[in-house]
Structure formats: C-alpha cells, structure tokens
Design a protein around this ligand. Structure first.
Ligand code: AGP
Length: 609
C-alpha cells in the first residue's frame, strides 16, 4: 500500500509534499517521511513513526531548508515494523540517493544478500531499502541509467520515486503493478499515487502505465518503456472534483458517514431512477449481451465482497441468472472458468484494491466483459473496466466502510431491476412494487437512525464481551458477515459471522455466558429457523442481541436485547439490517477508546496483494 508524492519546480517542496501526503493517508498511516535537497546540495531526510501529524511536528522542531525537489511517503508496513528506521524515504549509504516506494519487491531477500556482499550496510528491515542500494551500486554518474539497470533486477510490484543529490533537476518515477500518476503543472511537475493528492494543484495528468519510467524536470516530462523506447503519453484533463471531507460536528468520520446514508441513497435513486425510470448510465453493456450472458461472477474484497454476496441473492432472485461471488485474491489464482458468456462485476469503493484489479485483468484476458461498481471517480478500476457504475457516495474517509457498502447494495438492486427487465424474469407488477419500495428506503433510514441512543445503550452494555458471533440466514447471511467485520476492524474484538444454519456444525462450541451473539432475525421465510437458532444459543447461556422486524411481539421472549427495523420485503432487508450493526460496532469501539477512523494495522485502500 503506501502513498507516494514527489515535487520538482520552483516553489518550496516540503509544504506542498505534506499537503498532498495528507490526501494519501488513506493508503496507510503507520509512519511517514520526506526527503529534499538543500543548496549544497545534500539530501535532507526526516521520518517519523505514526501519523503524518507526527512528521509535521518533527519538521517544526527539525525544519528542512527551502528546496525545489523532494519526495515524500506515508507507509503501511509490509516488511518490518512501523518505526522511524523503516519509514520511507530510504537512502543508500553515501546518502546520494533517496527512494520512496509503494508495492512489494518479491526478490528483495536475494538482492539484499548480494548487496551486502558489495558492502552495502542496511539500516531497515524493509524491501524498499534494496532499491536505494541497488541504484547506488549501479550509479556511475548517470541516475537515469542506474534506475533503468536497477528496475530490470526488481521482481514484484512497485511504484517508485527517486531523487539524487547529484541531480537537483531530476525526479525519476517508474511503475509495475502499483499505481502512479504524473501531474503537469506550470513550470512544476509532480508524481503521486493517485489523482486527489494533486488535484488542487493541477488537473492535467498522465497515468503512467506498467513498465514505464518517467524523467521529470520542472519544465519537462519524458516517458520511456523499461526497454528505453520513448513513448508519447496521453495527457488527461481530470474533470471531477473531490468534495472536501469535514466531520460536520460528528465525533468521527465513520459516524458522519453512517448518518449520510439516507442522503447518499436518496441522491442515487434520484439520479438512477428518475420518475421510476431506470437510468444505468455507464453500464455500456448492451441489452443483447445482458440477455446472452450465462453467468455473472462478482469479484471484490472485504466489505465490497459482502456487498457482492448480497448481490448474488438479488440477481438470482430478480433475474434468475446464475451468479457466483469470489474474493478477488482467490479468483485471480484459482483458474476461474470465465469466457465471453460471463459478465464480471468488480465491486470496490476505492477502485485501487490490488487484488480486485488483478482479478479484473485475469477475467479480461479470458475474454469476459467487466462492469465495475465503484465509488472513486477516475480510479484504476474504473479506467480498466468496460463499463462503470459509479455509486457517487462521496468521499468515504472512515477506514470502516459504511455508506459505500449501502450504496453498493443499492447499485445491485438497480442492476437487478435492469437484468430482470431485460431478461423478462419478473412481472411488471413486481418490478413496479420493487421500484416503489426502493424509493422508500431513504425515508426509513431516517427513522432507523433516530434509534441511535437506544443502540448506544445496548452497545455499551455489551462492550465488555471478549468475543462476538453474528448469525444470519439467506440474504442476511452476508449482513452477519459484514456486521462481524465492522466490529473486529474498529473494536479489535474477535467476531465471526456465520450462516445461522452452520452454527451446529462447529461454532456452537464457542457459546457460553461470556459470548454475545447478534442474530439477524427478521420476519421472513427463515424466521422460525432463526428463532430455533436463538433458542439453541440461550440454552447455552449466550447473550442474544436480535435485529428484528418492527411489530414482532414474539422476539422479546427469546432475546436479551431487541433492535427493530422497519418491515420491508425480505429481498430489501439487507439495506436496513446493516444500520444497527454499523452503529453497534461504532459505539463499542468508541467505548473502548479506539481510533475509530484510522484503526490499527489497516488502510483505507489496499494496494498490495
Ligand atoms: C471495510 O470496512 C474495509 N476497510 C475493507 O474490507 C474494504 O472494504 C476492502 O479493503 C475493499 O476495499 P475497496 O472497496 O476499496 O476495494
């Protein structure tokens, strides 16, 4: 993962680098650093463990001189603990070369051994440090040649930014497998891991391609292949804006984003279902193809994968079309059966998740069409897909995904409507009813969110439990998975989601008076089955929090706590049932004093395998 940024121009690099770096903090936040050239010239490096604010504090006590050239980095540890030494930029022993890197150098151990034999002294445990030493031993006065020779020896994924004290007018960038863009300014140029980092400075960008290296001065950008062939890169003008994300009085971005869900869905419906007429702009797959496909395969990771699991129930129910769901990291390595009759749906909030991008490339190579459901406009996934359905949920800052998830669900309902209509799979009357019910969801959210103080009390009363189980059936089995993921990622409490019917096959061994079990037990054709499962938990002294349907009088006899949600058609319940689970996770994490928006060990966007 990690975010990198580089600047070359006439202004002072450090404040520009820091401002841009903050926009990349979603890519990792365990340490950060900056390297600039002073006028001697010397390389000046400052690094600090922890968030970017620690680096800012360090730069106040140990400022760096004015400089026209610099690189900066925010890290998510892959090799080596988060600490000052492992923070980027990394330098060679002569302090001549500084490197920032996003990705993983898979052959770093072999290279390190070789470089040690050439008297290189390593100060960190990172894979990145080998790049600095390698360039250094290959350096014979020409940085460009040394970088060419070094990248020829690297295996794995990398986006790098390189500067040298011998070349005050040169910023070098290269990429394979990790994103890197070049921003073109007026007598200044940038490299960055993604567009938002530089969007308030320039809108003219080059998306560097795999196997390309770029040489930047303040007046010029030249791009070559790794083989040294000059290419004329396409210059894109970015038209989208990044809304500035503020907490607007909420204690955390996560809480704000939970509360934004009614507006997000209402805006989506207004745009995608104006006057009840479906408008899936961006889908780009013809009705003919939608009619001819034999199978849909959904690929995604984490929360987006859970949205995909709900998507399977929706598409199979509404369109009667076989749908499978795979985590991207499994799909890409399992010899998937994909052909021109398969439609791939890739789901990703960020559109930068490395495994999902790799899965999409694999599927495209096998002839499948790819449509992505994506939130970030202009992201790598959006650019690489045949069609893209933007969720337009706005910037999601909290690492724990909330509004992006419900927006992804909504997109699956809309896609379900489209497939059902095109394939004549449901009656016009049912379609009409579904449209009406979907349009009502944002209003129901508002009422549901008003129950937050009751949910807060239940969350606090259960926050001492050391282990949680989440159970659901049918279309709310993925809701249970997502509820458990939310809890574990921000509260650090072990939590597992299960299909309730699976409980007897193992997880029931966990149940005793020290466990909390969240059961999604809504009025549906599996309600009675859920009640039996709850009884089994009670018989073993487990503490039950039930998510039930408003008006259900019986459930209170079975559960310790009941949170009820409005009654809607069973197919639509995942949109509502997840809201209390998001709030439970949030309030428990707050009660435990955790950093809700930037939980330990995580990053918003996972750009490494
Ligand atoms: C969600 O709360 C997680 N932080 C994580 O699972 C996330 O959904 C996953 O990494 C996928 O990200 P994407 O949607 O940006 O591809």
């Amino acid at each position: 993962m990690c975010g990198i940024i580089g600047y070359i121009g006439s202004r002072d690099a450090t404040p520009i680098l820091l401002e841009s770096l903050k926009k990349l903090e979603y890519r990792g936040y365990d340490s950060s650093g900056v390297a600039v050239l002073d006028h001697h010239p010397h390389l000046i490096v400052r690094k600090s463990k922890g968030k970017i604010k620690n680096l800012e504090e360090l730069l106040c006590t140990k400022p760096v001189p004015f400089s026209n050239l610099g690189v900066s980095h925010t890290r998510w540890a892959t090799h080596g603990l988060p600490c000052d030494e492992n923070a980027h930029p990394h330098t060679d022993n002569a302090h001549r070369i500084a490197v920032v890197h996003n990705g993983i150098i898979e052959n770093y151990a072999q290279l390190k051994e070789k470089l040690k034999r050439q008297d290189c002294h390593f100060v960190s445990q990172t894979d990145t440090e080998v790049i600095a030493h390698l360039i250094s031993v290959l350096y014979k006065g020409d940085l460009k040649t040394a970088v060419y020779k070094a990248i020829a020896q690297l295996k794995g994924a990398f986006a790098i930014g390189v500067i040298s004290k011998d070349h005050p007018d040169l910023l070098v960038a290269a990429r394979v497998g990790s994103p890197l863009i070049i921003g073109l300014g007026d007598k200044e140029n940038y490299i960055a891991s993604d567009v938002p980092a530089i969007l308030d400075r320039t809108r003219r960008v080059i998306y560097l391609k795999d196997g390309q290296v770029a040489f930047l001065s303040k007046d010029k950008v030249e791009v070559f292949t790794f083989e040294g062939k000059k290419v004329t890169p396409k210059i894109d003008t970015v038209s989208f804006s990044i809304g500035s994300a503020q907490k607007d009085g909420y204690d955390h971005f996560m809480l704000k984003e939970i509360h934004e869900q009614p507006q997000v869905l209402s805006a989506m419906l207004k745009y995608r279902l104006p006057k009840g007429k479906l408008k899936l702009e961006g889908l780009t797959v013809s009705d003919e193809i939608l009619n001819s496909i034999k199978k849909i395969t959904i690929v995604a990771c984490g929360t987006a994968y859970h949205a995909g699991l709900v998507g399977k129930y929706i598409i199979e129910d509404m369109a009667r079309l076989m749908t499978e769901v795979d985590t991207s990291s499994e799909f890409r390595y399992r010899k998937p059966i994909v052909d021109k009759n398969t439609l791939i749906i890739a789901v990703s909030q960020s559109g930068e998740t490395a495994d999902t991008l790799a899965a999409v490339r694999e599927a495209k190579a096998q002839g499948a069409k790819v449509v992505s459901i994506c939130n970030v406009i202009g992201s790598s996934l959006a650019r690489e897909s045949d069609g893209v359905l933007y969720t337009h949920a706005g910037p999601e800052i909290g690492v724990a995904s909330t509004k992006a998830y419900t927006a992804q669900l909504m997109m699956f309902y809309l896609l379900g409507l489209k497939l059902a209509h095109t394939r004549h799979a449901v009656t016009p009357a049912r379609l009409k009813r579904l449209v009406k019910d979907l349009q009502n969801i944002p209003y129901l959210y508002k009422g549901l969110l008003k129950k937050r103080s009751m949910i807060l009390k239940i969350a606090e009363a259960n926050s001492h439990f050391g282990c949680f189980l989440y159970l659901g059936r049918n279309i709310n089995y993925p809701t249970a998975l997502e509820g458990a993921l939310k809890l574990k990622e921000i509260s650090y409490i072990p939590a597992e989601g299960y299909a309730a019917g699976e409980m007897k096959h193992g997880p029931i061994a966990l149940i005793d008076e020290y466990r909390a079990v969240v059961c999604v037990a809504l009025q549906s054709h599996v309600y009675e089955k859920m009640i039996s499962n709850i009884q089994e938990i009670r018989a073993r002294k487990g503490n039950v929090i039930a998510i039930a349907t408003e008006g259900d009088k019986e459930i209170a006899h079975h559960a310790h706590y009941v949170i009820d949600i409005p009654a809607v058609e069973e197919l639509l319940t995942p949109l509502l049932a997840i809201i209390p689970l998001q709030l439970i996770a949030y309030y428990i994490a707050v009660k435990r004093g955790n950093d809700v928006d930037q939980p330990r060990n995580l990053a918003k966007s996972v750009t490494v395998e």
